[in-house]
Structures are given as structure tokens and as C-alpha cells.
Write a protein that binds this ligand. Structure first.
Ligand code: IP8
Length: 264
């Protein structure tokens, strides 16, 4: 069985988070090239991506994360189906880029296989096993909740946790972000921000990125989920997706520029 790597392409990496439905085609292209290279060296890849400006803006406008609200429910339902459509559109762009490198992918939208939000969502994780070389790919999405809320947001970070810890043979879980070289000791746009080469739960950082736009949890949620993954998976990293050669370096040399997450 080949070693497996679960990778999340952050929404802030593959889209311009501030401009509705704006993809960063260069970022998608360059990350696709390195995903192809890591499959060439024998890794089975499982991919998750964030929503960026294909999900968070409309979700915030219609309070989708809080579930149904009778005074705006018609608009919310329209937004739910629009966001799901937009996410499939973003996913298609990512898949097209991967296919240009000869990779085969299978799109698995959470609204088809997952129910509920947060890390306890239900759904059949075994569809992501990747035993046949076809890259299973999914993303943060609006999902049904099967309760009075009707719908909610399932973050790609929660999906990362479940895939990385429940699929056999995962040696690496890697979060590629778009605004920093890894976890910084303070927000990355602040002067003097320093990259933490490793981060454990007892290390205190003040590292909020994109909080004003994000309806899930920004870097905090990633850090929490990465920490939980590190209890089961040896190599858990948050690295700069704008420098995707670091992904290849990590998998070939065991080290790169970025933040390694240490278990609690
Ligand atoms: O960007 C959020 O997923 P994330 C999904 O992975 C939506 O946290 C639709 C906002």
C-alpha cells in the first residue's frame, strides 16, 4: 500500500478571499504541478480544499452557519443552493488543473455524503481510501443537519481531521495556507511576525488571519484540527501554499520551511 498524504488547499490560497468568486488561477496551477510530482514519487493523495470567496461571502451575508432563520429562510435556501453550485464550480477549476498533469480525480461534494457540522459530522469516510490512484477530492460546503437548523457549514478543516485520522496508511497531513509561511507568533501582516518552526498546544500565539471574512474558524480552527490529527499522524504541517515546492521537499526530505505541529 502506498503512503498516503491528506492535503488541504486553503480557501485563502486558491481564491481572493475578499472578492466574490475570484479564483487565484496561478496558485491553483502551481500547486497542481507539485501534487502531480508527489504522486510521481509514490504518494497516494487525498485532497480537501477550502471555500474562500466561493463560500464565505454569501454564507456570511445570509448567516448560513447559524442554520435556518424563519425571517430570511427563503433567501437562505437560495444562498444554500448557490453556495453548493459555486463550490462545485471552484472544485471543477481545481480538478481541471490536476487533470492537465494527467491526474485522475473524483469529486465528492460533502452535500452528497456528509450530514452535520463540526468534527462529529456523519458520513462514509471510506469513499476516500484512494486505493486505485484516483484522487478523491472534497471541500468545505453547506451540508444538511437533519435537525431544526436544516443546514450548516462543514469546514474543510473538520473534514481534514476525519480523513487524516480514519483512513489507514496516512503518513502526512498538510495544510497549505495562502497568507503566511506557517504559524506565526502574531498576525502575519504585522511587522516582525516570526515563523514558528514547530507548534504545540502549550505554545501561545496571537495568530488570527482573515477573521473578518471567515465563517468557520480561520487559522485557529486549522491549528486545533492539526493538533488533533498529530495524535495519530506522524507528520502534520502548516506550510505556505504559495511556495508549493515545499510540499515536495517535505515529502522527500522530511523537512521544509513551515510549521510542524507537535502532539499534545
Ligand atoms: O473554507 C467553509 O469551508 P472552509 C465552507 O474549509 C463554506 O472552512 C461554504 C463557507
Amino acid at each position: 500500500m502506498s503512503r498516503k498524504v491528506v492535503i488541504k488547499l486553503g480557501g485563502g490560497l486558491i481564491t481572493d478571499k475578499g472578492r466574490e468568486k475570484t479564483v487565484d488561477a496561478d496558485a491553483v496551477r502551481s500547486v497542481a504541478k507539485f501534487i502531480a510530482e508527489i504522486t510521481d514519487i509514490g504518494y497516494a493523495v487525498i485532497l480537501v480544499h477550502g471555500a474562500g470567496s466561493y463560500g464565505h461571502i454569501l454564507a456570511k451575508k445570509w448567516s448560513i452557519a447559524s442554520g435556518s432563520n424563519s425571517s430570511i429562510i427563503e433567501n437562505q435556501r437560495k444562498a444554500v443552493s448557490q453556495i453548493r453550485k459555486d463550490m462545485v464550480e471552484l472544485n471543477t477549476i481545481v480538478i481541471d488543473s490536476l487533470e492537465l498533469h494527467g491526474l485522475q480525480c473524483e469529486c465528492l461534494p460533502p452535500s452528497d455524503w456528509a450530514i452535520g457540522t463540526g468534527k462529529e459530522f456523519s458520513g462514509d469516510i471510506s469513499i476516500f481510501e484512494n486505493e486505485n490512484g484516483v484522487i478523491p477530492i472534497t471541500f468545505g460546503d453547506v451540508v444538511d443537519t437533519n435537525d431544526s437548523k436544516e443546514f450548516g457549514i462543514l469546514s474543510g478543516d473538520d473534514i481534514m481531521l476525519r480523513l487524516s485520522t480514519e483512513i489507514d496508511g496516512v503518513s502526512h497531513a498538510v495544510f497549505l495556507i495562502g497568507d503566511a509561511p506557517g504559524i506565526m507568533d502574531r498576525p502575519p501582516n504585522q511587522d516582525g511576525a516570526i515563523l514558528l518552526e514547530s507548534w504545540g498546544p502549550n505554545d501561545v500565539v496571537n495568530s488570527e488571519h482573515y477573521e473578518e471574512i471567515d465563517v468557520t474558524g480561520g487559522i485557529r480552527l486549522k491549528m486545533d484540527r492539526a493538533r488533533e490529527i498529530s495524535r495519530n499522524v506522524e507528520n502534520v504541517w502548516i506550510i505556505d501554499g504559495r511556495e508549493p515546492s515545499r510540499l515536495l521537499e517535505l515529502l522527500t526530505r522530511g523537512q521544509t520551511i513551515g510549521t510542524r505541529i507537535m502532539p499534545s
